[in-house]
Design a protein. Structure first.
Length: 175
Protein backbone atom coordinates (compact mmCIF):
# COMPACT_ATOMS: atom_id res chain seq x y z
CA UNK A 1 0.00 0.00 0.00
CA UNK A 2 1.29 3.46 -0.87
CA UNK A 3 1.32 5.50 2.29
CA UNK A 4 1.07 9.27 2.23
CA UNK A 5 4.52 10.70 2.80
CA UNK A 6 3.32 13.87 4.50
CA UNK A 7 6.56 15.62 3.66
CA UNK A 8 6.85 19.36 4.29
CA UNK A 9 7.92 19.79 0.64
CA UNK A 10 7.08 18.22 -2.71
CA UNK A 11 9.90 15.74 -3.48
CA UNK A 12 9.13 15.81 -7.21
CA UNK A 13 9.32 19.61 -7.30
CA UNK A 14 12.53 19.51 -5.27
CA UNK A 15 13.99 16.92 -7.68
CA UNK A 16 12.95 19.21 -10.54
CA UNK A 17 14.92 22.10 -9.09
CA UNK A 18 18.01 19.93 -8.74
CA UNK A 19 17.43 18.49 -12.22
CA UNK A 20 17.37 21.97 -13.73
CA UNK A 21 20.65 22.87 -12.04
CA UNK A 22 22.31 19.68 -13.19
CA UNK A 23 20.71 18.65 -16.51
CA UNK A 24 18.46 21.42 -17.80
CA UNK A 25 14.70 21.76 -18.27
CA UNK A 26 12.75 19.56 -15.85
CA UNK A 27 9.14 19.85 -16.99
CA UNK A 28 9.08 16.44 -18.72
CA UNK A 29 10.80 14.71 -15.79
CA UNK A 30 8.42 16.32 -13.27
CA UNK A 31 5.35 15.40 -15.31
CA UNK A 32 6.45 11.80 -15.96
CA UNK A 33 7.46 11.25 -12.33
CA UNK A 34 4.13 12.70 -11.20
CA UNK A 35 2.24 10.30 -13.49
CA UNK A 36 4.07 7.34 -11.94
CA UNK A 37 3.42 8.58 -8.39
CA UNK A 38 -0.26 9.15 -9.13
CA UNK A 39 -0.45 5.63 -10.57
CA UNK A 40 0.89 4.27 -7.27
CA UNK A 41 -1.61 6.35 -5.31
CA UNK A 42 -4.55 5.29 -7.48
CA UNK A 43 -3.65 1.60 -7.38
CA UNK A 44 -3.42 1.77 -3.58
CA UNK A 45 -6.83 3.45 -3.46
CA UNK A 46 -8.30 0.86 -5.84
CA UNK A 47 -6.85 -1.99 -3.79
CA UNK A 48 -8.48 -0.58 -0.68
CA UNK A 49 -11.86 -0.35 -2.40
CA UNK A 50 -11.64 -3.69 -4.24
CA UNK A 51 -10.16 -5.89 -1.49
CA UNK A 52 -13.51 -6.32 0.32
CA UNK A 53 -14.84 -7.75 -2.99
CA UNK A 54 -11.96 -10.21 -3.23
CA UNK A 55 -10.51 -8.42 -6.25
CA UNK A 56 -7.33 -6.74 -7.33
CA UNK A 57 -7.52 -4.02 -9.95
CA UNK A 58 -6.07 -6.41 -12.56
CA UNK A 59 -8.83 -8.95 -11.91
CA UNK A 60 -11.46 -6.22 -11.84
CA UNK A 61 -10.27 -5.05 -15.28
CA UNK A 62 -10.67 -8.57 -16.66
CA UNK A 63 -14.21 -8.82 -15.30
CA UNK A 64 -15.18 -5.41 -16.67
CA UNK A 65 -13.75 -6.30 -20.07
CA UNK A 66 -15.84 -9.49 -20.08
CA UNK A 67 -18.99 -7.53 -19.17
CA UNK A 68 -18.28 -5.15 -22.05
CA UNK A 69 -18.10 -8.00 -24.57
CA UNK A 70 -21.33 -8.83 -26.42
CA UNK A 71 -21.39 -12.46 -25.28
CA UNK A 72 -19.73 -12.10 -21.88
CA UNK A 73 -16.77 -14.14 -23.06
CA UNK A 74 -13.45 -13.50 -24.76
CA UNK A 75 -10.37 -15.50 -25.72
CA UNK A 76 -7.55 -15.12 -23.20
CA UNK A 77 -5.27 -13.76 -25.92
CA UNK A 78 -7.78 -10.98 -26.66
CA UNK A 79 -7.99 -10.13 -22.95
CA UNK A 80 -4.20 -9.83 -22.82
CA UNK A 81 -4.11 -7.68 -25.93
CA UNK A 82 -6.87 -5.32 -24.78
CA UNK A 83 -5.42 -4.93 -21.30
CA UNK A 84 -1.83 -4.81 -22.61
CA UNK A 85 -0.59 -7.50 -20.22
CA UNK A 86 1.55 -10.61 -20.65
CA UNK A 87 -0.28 -13.91 -21.31
CA UNK A 88 1.02 -15.29 -17.99
CA UNK A 89 -0.63 -12.39 -16.15
CA UNK A 90 -3.93 -13.10 -17.92
CA UNK A 91 -3.71 -16.80 -17.04
CA UNK A 92 -3.00 -16.00 -13.38
CA UNK A 93 -5.92 -13.55 -13.20
CA UNK A 94 -8.27 -16.03 -14.88
CA UNK A 95 -7.15 -18.82 -12.53
CA UNK A 96 -8.00 -16.64 -9.52
CA UNK A 97 -11.32 -15.54 -11.02
CA UNK A 98 -12.26 -19.15 -11.79
CA UNK A 99 -11.37 -20.16 -8.21
CA UNK A 100 -13.63 -17.36 -6.91
CA UNK A 101 -16.50 -18.48 -9.15
CA UNK A 102 -16.48 -15.23 -11.13
CA UNK A 103 -15.35 -16.73 -14.45
CA UNK A 104 -15.67 -20.05 -16.27
CA UNK A 105 -12.97 -21.26 -18.64
CA UNK A 106 -13.47 -23.51 -21.67
CA UNK A 107 -11.65 -24.43 -24.87
CA UNK A 108 -12.18 -21.98 -27.73
CA UNK A 109 -14.00 -23.85 -30.51
CA UNK A 110 -12.67 -21.33 -33.05
CA UNK A 111 -9.05 -21.93 -31.99
CA UNK A 112 -8.00 -25.44 -31.01
CA UNK A 113 -5.28 -24.25 -28.64
CA UNK A 114 -7.08 -21.18 -27.34
CA UNK A 115 -9.15 -20.70 -24.21
CA UNK A 116 -12.32 -18.68 -23.67
CA UNK A 117 -13.10 -16.93 -20.39
CA UNK A 118 -16.81 -16.41 -19.63
CA UNK A 119 -18.11 -14.21 -16.84
CA UNK A 120 -20.55 -15.92 -14.47
CA UNK A 121 -23.60 -14.39 -12.81
CA UNK A 122 -21.57 -14.22 -9.61
CA UNK A 123 -18.87 -12.38 -11.57
CA UNK A 124 -21.42 -9.90 -12.92
CA UNK A 125 -22.69 -9.26 -9.39
CA UNK A 126 -19.20 -8.58 -8.02
CA UNK A 127 -18.44 -6.24 -10.95
CA UNK A 128 -21.59 -4.27 -10.17
CA UNK A 129 -20.72 -4.01 -6.48
CA UNK A 130 -17.05 -3.20 -7.07
CA UNK A 131 -17.90 -0.63 -9.73
CA UNK A 132 -20.35 1.10 -7.39
CA UNK A 133 -17.60 1.24 -4.75
CA UNK A 134 -15.06 2.69 -7.20
CA UNK A 135 -17.58 5.23 -8.48
CA UNK A 136 -18.36 6.27 -4.90
CA UNK A 137 -14.75 7.41 -4.58
CA UNK A 138 -14.62 8.87 -8.10
CA UNK A 139 -12.06 6.22 -9.08
CA UNK A 140 -9.66 7.81 -6.63
CA UNK A 141 -9.86 11.21 -8.32
CA UNK A 142 -12.23 13.02 -5.98
CA UNK A 143 -9.73 15.87 -5.66
CA UNK A 144 -10.38 16.81 -9.31
CA UNK A 145 -13.47 18.42 -10.78
CA UNK A 146 -15.27 16.81 -13.69
CA UNK A 147 -13.71 19.37 -16.04
CA UNK A 148 -10.24 18.66 -14.65
CA UNK A 149 -10.77 14.90 -15.14
CA UNK A 150 -11.80 15.51 -18.75
CA UNK A 151 -8.73 17.71 -19.25
CA UNK A 152 -6.45 15.10 -17.66
CA UNK A 153 -7.88 12.39 -19.92
CA UNK A 154 -7.30 14.57 -22.99
CA UNK A 155 -3.70 15.35 -22.02
CA UNK A 156 -2.86 11.72 -21.27
CA UNK A 157 -4.66 10.57 -24.44
CA UNK A 158 -2.33 12.81 -26.45
CA UNK A 159 0.63 10.92 -24.99
CA UNK A 160 -1.07 7.59 -25.79
CA UNK A 161 -1.81 8.66 -29.35
CA UNK A 162 1.76 9.86 -29.82
CA UNK A 163 3.02 6.48 -28.65
CA UNK A 164 0.76 4.62 -31.08
CA UNK A 165 -1.38 3.16 -28.29
CA UNK A 166 -4.46 3.71 -30.46
CA UNK A 167 -5.02 5.11 -33.92
CA UNK A 168 -5.59 8.87 -33.89
CA UNK A 169 -9.32 9.54 -33.61
CA UNK A 170 -10.08 5.90 -32.79
CA UNK A 171 -13.06 5.10 -30.66
CA UNK A 172 -13.64 1.45 -29.95
CA UNK A 173 -15.49 -1.22 -28.09
CA UNK A 174 -14.91 -4.68 -26.71
CA UNK A 175 -15.60 -7.91 -28.60
Amino acid sequence: MVRPLGLPFDPIERAGETWEERFGPASAMRAATSVFRVQQILLARFDGVLKPHGLTFARYEVLVLLTFSRSGELPLKVIGSRLMVHPTSVTNAIDRLVAAGYVDRRPNPADGRGVLATITERGRAVVDAATAALMAVDFGLAELSEAERDQLFAVLRSVRLGAGDVADGAGGHAG
